[in-house]
Design a protein around this ligand. Structure first.
Ligand code: MTE
Ligand code: MO
Length: 321
């Protein structure tokens, strides 16, 4: 691995997240233990565990399968053990790859299989844990909803080393932590994976059950792109940004008073699992300080909390001269 340590780079401020499709060059990089740099010619993917026929595939084998493209938001959940912190690390990309559900159907899924484990080539230490590999899991039932890819390209370009070359898992609607980069093994199991990234990390308290809940699906969230924080002229303007949710966003609202009162915003439809643009025309009533806020509600009726959540409401402080 090079480097063999935690990587976080290419972070952007909300008002910089303007382009509808995030180029690979602008995409944030998150890697817990470092960046492995496998030789694509020697690399292989194993499909194992509760399948009728275990398989080993080369990159050529995977690239010969029918190619699928999926547009989806790509979001880092933030600190693994801080469900109360919103980091707003968000992008929207088009992944290209092979359909994992079709490949597994061809391998034959055994009846007892419930979870899909995915292994990345990276290993080592992250904070107080150490791992032989980066291993994540997901419910096998998610495959039936479609869009789960073995991706080798993003926005038409091959994956760069930082973004998972030669292959990564893509689970549209799930937080980024589940999109395993440098993928080398898929394993079907009756139970959840046992490594640190699915046990001590990335399990949030669940108020509904009193237990914990894996950081899988992304709840509704939104980000104000414009205006940027700071001084503004007293002229008419558009308040706009992006909204997204695993289930799709059903409506968005804007507040001019820090979330005390809300007005409906206009919302564009989503494409596959893409983020959705919202906008609100504002004519400031006069000079003063305003706390702009946006709130998304998803297709299941869940809304963003005001604070203390990964998906807490984003606010922007502006001053009208
Ligand atoms: N193998 C591996 N895959 C990984 C990670 C990792 O540390 N190792 N980090 C995850 C996290 S937390 C995020 S947010 C996304 C980031 O993907 P990107 O760097 O391509 O934007 O990759 C995920 N996949
Ligand atoms: Mo992340």
């Amino acid at each position: 691995m090079n480097p063999a340590r935690y990587q976080r780079s290419n972070e952007r401020r909300p008002h910089q997240v303007i382009e509808p499709i995030t180029s690979q060059r602008d995409l944030f990089v998150l890697a817990h233990m470092g960046i492995p740099r496998p030789d694509a010619a020697a690399w292989q993917l194993q499909i194992a565990g509760l399948v009728e026929r275990a398989q080993t595939l080369t990159l050529d084998d995977i690239m010969r399968l029918p190619a699928r493209e999926v547009e989806t938001f790509h979001q880092c959940a933030g600190a693994p053990r801080r469900p109360d912190l919103a980091v707003r690390r968000i992008a929207n990309v088009v992944w290209r790859g092979a359909d994992l559900a079709a490949l597994l159907r061809a391998s034959g899924v055994q009846a007892e299989a419930r979870f899909l484990w995915s292994y990345g080539l990276d290993h080592g230490r992250y904070e107080d844990v150490s791992a032989k590999w980066y291993v994540k899991d997901m419910p096998l039932a998610r495959l039936a909803e479609g869009g789960v890819l073995l991706a080798y390209a993003v926005n038409g370009e091959p994956l760069s080393p930082e973004h998972g070359h030669p292959l990564r898992l893509v689970v549209p609607g799930y937080y980024g932590t589940n999109t395993v980069k440098w993928l080398w093994r898929i394993e079907l199991s009756e139970r959840r994976a046992t490594g640190p990234f699915t046990t001590v990390l990335y399990n949030d308290p669940d108020p509904m059950t009193g237990g914990t809940r894996p950081v899988w699906e992304a709840p509704p969230e939104s980000l104000i792109v414009a205006p940027a924080p700071g001084p503004l002229a007293a002229s008419a303007m558009e308040i706009w940004g992006w909204a997204w949710a695993a289930a799709g966003v059903a409506n968005t609202e804007v507040s001019l008073d820090g979330g005390k009162s809300w007005s409906p915003a206009q919302l564009q439809p989503r494409r596959q699992w893409s983020w959705q643009r919202f906008s609100f025309d504002w004519q400031p009533s006069g000079p003063g300080n305003f706390t702009l806020a946006a709130r998304a509600t998803d297709a299941r009726g869940a809304a963003q909390p005001l604070e203390k959540a990964r998906n807490a409401v984003h606010t922007v402080e502006v001053t009208i001269a």
